[in-house]
Every structure is written in C-alpha cells, then in structure tokens.
Write a protein of this length. Structure first.
Length: 174
C-alpha cells in the first residue's frame, strides 16, 4: 500500500474505531468480542483499502463488513459450546447522583439483556436503525436485504423487545 493510502486508512481507522466497537458490542453483548470484531473488520478493510477507500459511503461499507464478521463469528463451532459466566461489574461513576444513575443503569441493563435475547436478524436491524441512526434504505444496503425486510424485522424486533422487557421486569418484581 502506498504511504498516502496508508495515512488515509489510519485516519479512517482512528475516526471509526469507536463507533465500530460500540456497534459490535450492541450486536454481540461482550466488550472483548466487540474489540475483536472491530479489529477483524479493520483488518479486512485494510486488505482491500486501495479498492474501497474511494466509496461514497465508507461508513456503510464498514458496517456491512462488521455485520458479516459478527455473523461469521457466530457460526464458528467453538462459539456454540462456549457459555459466558457472570459479567464483571462496571466501574461506578462517583460524580453521578446514585439514585438517578441506579435507575438508569437498571433500565440500561434490562434493555441490553432483552436485546441479547432477540434473534440475530432483529437485533442487527434494531442496532443499525436505532443506535446507528441509519435509514431504512441504508440498513437494507448494509444487511443486503429488501427495505420491506428491514421494516418487518424492525417491527417484530421492537414488539419482541417490548415483550421481553415487560417479562423481565415482572420477574424482577416478583
């Protein structure tokens, strides 16, 4: 790769690594795996940088590569048999009001756990549409499906998410 291409890739990677990592976390629910997915995505993009860096929507291309990388990772045999244990607690923000942050953290955790129970297609659509703020058309391009599929997956995903959150809230109050 030429030096100027190398510099443009570095600029892209620095500017998009955080967003890719956050999106990967929303897909998989594990910060360590999200870091691996983000790095694998950047490696794949680097390998084809001379062909893709001139695309108008490089962010969408990166999301597509990330989504495909996550789906490939889920298909690997060792992922099927591995169960994760309890999660380590997050570091507390001492500057935040404990009463407010406790309620926010509880709701965030509840929604995140419900998101992890969604089917992968619905989860991917919800992450791309509502966390990455993509339009229906952009989401369809990233996922390589019809816009109608994005709309139906989003509707079903939101409906399932609401039901899961309600069920999980009821379990906690019992």
């Amino acid at each position: 790769m030429r030096e100027r291409d190398d510099d443009s890739f570095k600029e892209f990677a620095v500017g998009h690594a955080g967003t890719l990592r956050r999106t990967a976390f929303l897909f998989c629910g594990d910060w360590h795996l999200a870091e691996d997915l983000m790095q694998t995505t950047l490696v794949k993009i680097y390998r084809s940088w001379s062909k893709v860096h001139k695309q108008e929507s490089l962010s969408n291309y990166a999301r597509t590569v990330l989504l495909r990388t996550w789906l490939d990772e889920r298909r690997r045999p060792f992922r099927r048999s591995e169960l994760s244990g309890a999660e380590l607690p997050d570091m507390a923000d001492v500057a935040a009001d404990p009463e407010v942050s406790a309620g926010r953290m509880w709701a965030k955790h509840l929604v995140h756990q419900a998101m992890l129970r969604l089917p992968k297609g619905q989860r991917a659509v919800l992450v791309l549409r509502y966390f990455d703020d993509l339009t229906v058309a952009e989401t369809a391009r990233v996922m390589r499906c019809a816009e109608g599929t994005v709309k139906s997956q989003a509707a079903r995903g939101l409906e399932t998410l609401r039901a899961l959150v309600a069920r999980m809230e009821a379990e906690v109050t019992l």
